[in-house]
Design a protein around this ligand. Structure first.
Ligand SMILES: [Zn+2]
Length: 628
């Protein structure tokens, strides 16, 4: 039997949990048909993934054309110094959509569900009578799989197809920005009445960098910028659509990056591990209804946690909701509101067995709480190259207590983990391997992973992924060996244990397969393929009682599983429980009339009961069925 091997964009198995959809708590307000003047303003949130502030034209990069963002900044308020607390997509977006810091909303990695206790932007506006819809550009924000809970409050959430036909990444793991805005425009055209909250997510600048023409040629030596320019054109398309419909002027429109991109700074190629400005400084542009305060540039430091409180403030939504940020309104009018303290958090290193990081950015200084702590004076060292950390300095003490007061302490058990600064080359290679695996370029993935293992022979992530690639290539003995080593380092990895069990079964190491599968099921009991395989292994180990336990557990997971029912019958026959076997098999002989094995087993069971005629009839029936 084959376990389902879905190598999603992330090389790990994701448990897909049930998503609770809460209904609107308050009734819709009655509204006058066609009244568009006194209604609450439409709210549009456009998040552009992996968008470094300093790679946008209106943020000072003269080498790139971003006319849509520039025009929006001219119509709106541009925040020159906005920071995300998180450098990874799901965590950062959850912050934008809840106004909470990662430690407080709890979504510190992909596939972590957003707890129902945290109210979302969509819920708050739905309660105000808004029609709500979300259009995402990457499967990592799919609310049915990798972003459970993020769909709460949306009338429509444009998830990805559950079973994609295509091998290409387009439509399967990623949508082009132009497709995303098309979906949004189609939905808006079909739902013109009332007030709208629409979230549009443009994933394009996220790697791999593959902009379509003409951006692929125009930016051929810097494809990241090409993706940004392309995403800007999709934004431009969306804004043109709103203008054409007459919905732009009175709308509240917010564009923000979810995080930046390392681009090799601090040796980080992409994002997620570090908390430097390269990945935390994001563009933030707010266009107010009627273009109030147009063209203003706000210099004081603000945070992406401030976005939702501002929206609640502007549209007069439920004021009792609690946020980590505060409304940006004081900056709109031109008074000199003070800069705000920006926190940073990343637990992403934990996935690789490295220490999580926390940071505080205030008064043009930054403290990074790492195993080897860092402190930067951003006035003289904006690129964060000269670590001036002194454990006794007053600034360090103050920043440490700010972190503690905000409840952003790191888990105590992470104290002895390696500093990500010592691991970033490994991370770059693991990321290369992940992208290669995702594109079925197994040789490239293998080469990158082997380089990781020369840097760290005990990298559990690399060991496991090499094992998976060997399994895929049919080299089961080597696969079993690598997976075993991965498990020795990370015994809690249920998927590695499952793969090791499958590999050992393939090479006939039944006792080894049994032990690995038992370990995997102890960690994650609900794995049907593992149950079925373990049942088979127990049958072959001549332990039908244990086999039966597994097949019965499999039937509890899926009462329609033919494999589980046949397995149970085999285990019963092996224990001379012929009556029970017949009871199991008779219904199957009706529902599975073309399944040869059903009748072969039925013949054995009748024979065991001494019912020769029935046994012969079943045998005869079996002989008429072609082997499948
Ligand atoms: Zn992102």
């Amino acid at each position: 039997m084959n376990a389902v091997r879905t190598l999603l964009i992330l090389c790990f198995t994701i448990a897909i949990g049930a998503i609770s959809v809460s209904s609107a708590q308050t009734a819709r307000r009655p509204r006058t048909a066609g009244a568009r003047v006194n209604k609450s303003p439409d709210v549009y949130l456009i998040t552009i993934d992996t968008l470094r502030a300093d790679h946008v034209h209106c943020y000072g990069d003269s080498n790139i054309q971003t006319p849509a963002l520039d025009a929006l900044a001219a119509d709106g308020i541009r925040f020159a110094n906005a920071f995300t607390p998180s450098p990874i997509t799901n965590t950062s977006h959850t912050t934008i959509l809840t106004g909470l810091l990662p430690s407080h909303h709890g979504v510190n990695d992909f596939a972590v569900p957003l707890a129902p206790t945290h109210v979302t932007w969509a819920e708050l506006l739905k309660d105000k009578g808004y029609h709500t819809a979300a259009f995402i550009g990457a499967v990592i924000l799919d609310s049915k799989s990798l972003a459970p809970g993020l769909g709460r409050g949306f009338d429509f959430y444009d998830n990805f197809p559950e079973h994609s036909q295509t091998k290409s990444r387009w439509g399967r793991v990623e949508r082009r920005g132009m497709d995303v805005v098309q979906h949004a425009e189609t939905w808006l055209t079909a739902h013109p009445a009332g007030s709208h909250f629409v979230w549009v997510h443009l994933y394009d600048p996220h790697d791999p960098y593959e902009p379509p023409p003409p951006f692929s040629t125009q930016y051929k030596d810097r494809l990241y910028d090409g993706e940004i320019a392309y995403a800007d054109s999709a934004l431009g398309n969306f804004i043109s659509y709103l203008k054409k419909r007459g919905w732009y002027d009175n709308a509240l429109l917010i564009v923000v990056g979810d995080h930046g991109e390392g681009l090799g700074e601090h040796r980080e190629e992409t994002h997620g591990i570090f908390l430097y400005d390269s990945t935390t400084h994001v563009p933030l542009i707010v266009k107010l209804p009627a273009a109030a305060n147009r063209g203003k540039v706000v210099e004081p430091q603000v945070r992406t946690t401030d976005i939702l409180p501002s929206v609640v403030d502007l549209v007069h939504a439920d004021a009792s909701a609690k946020f980590d940020g505060e409304s940006l309104k004081p900056y709109f009018a031109g008074s000199d509101a003070p800069a705000r303290t920006a926190f940073g958090e990343t637990d992403y290193p934990l996935r690789f067995g490295w220490a999580p990081l926390r940071s505080v950015r205030a008064d043009a200084q930054k403290f990074i709480d790492a195993p080897r702590p860092e402190f930067y004076d951003l006035r003289t060292d904006p690129k964060e190259l000269k670590n001036t950390y002194q454990p006794d300095s007053a600034a360090v003490q103050r920043f440490r207590s700010l972190l503690a007061d905000a409840g952003l302490a790191k888990p105590a058990e992470t104290a002895n983990l390696p500093d990500p600064k010592d691991k970033i080359e490994e991370q770059n290679l693991l990321h290369t391997a992940m992208l290669a695996t995702d594109d079925n370029r197994d040789a490239d993935a293998r080469a990158a992973l082997e380089k990781v293992l020369t840097l760290d022979p005990k990298s559990p992530t690399a060991l496991r992924q090499v094992g998976e690639l060997e399994f895929k290539a049919g080299d089961y003995a080597k696969a079993a060996d690598h997976l075993k080593r991965a498990r020795e380092i990370r015994p809690e990895d249920a998927t590695a244990a499952l793969y090791e069990g499958e590999a050992r079964e393939k090479i006939g190491d039944l006792a080894g397969a049994r032990d690995a599968l038992e370990a995997s099921l102890k960690l994650t009991p609900g794995q049907l393929p593992a149950r079925l395989l373990l049942g088979d292994v127990y049958l072959r180990l001549k332990d039908p009682k244990a086999a039966q336990d597994q097949f019965e557990a499999a039937q509890l997971l899926d009462s329609n599983s033919v494999e589980a029912q046949l397995g149970a019958a085999k285990a019963q026959i092996a224990q001379s429980q012929f009556k029970e076997a017949v009871a199991q098999l008779e219904p199957l002989s009706k529902s599975q009339p073309a399944n040869k094995e059903v009748f072969q087993l039925l013949a054995q069971a009748y024979k065991g009961l001494g019912q020769t005629a029935e046994a012969e009839a079943a045998e005869k029936k079996a002989s008429t069925i072609q082997e499948r």
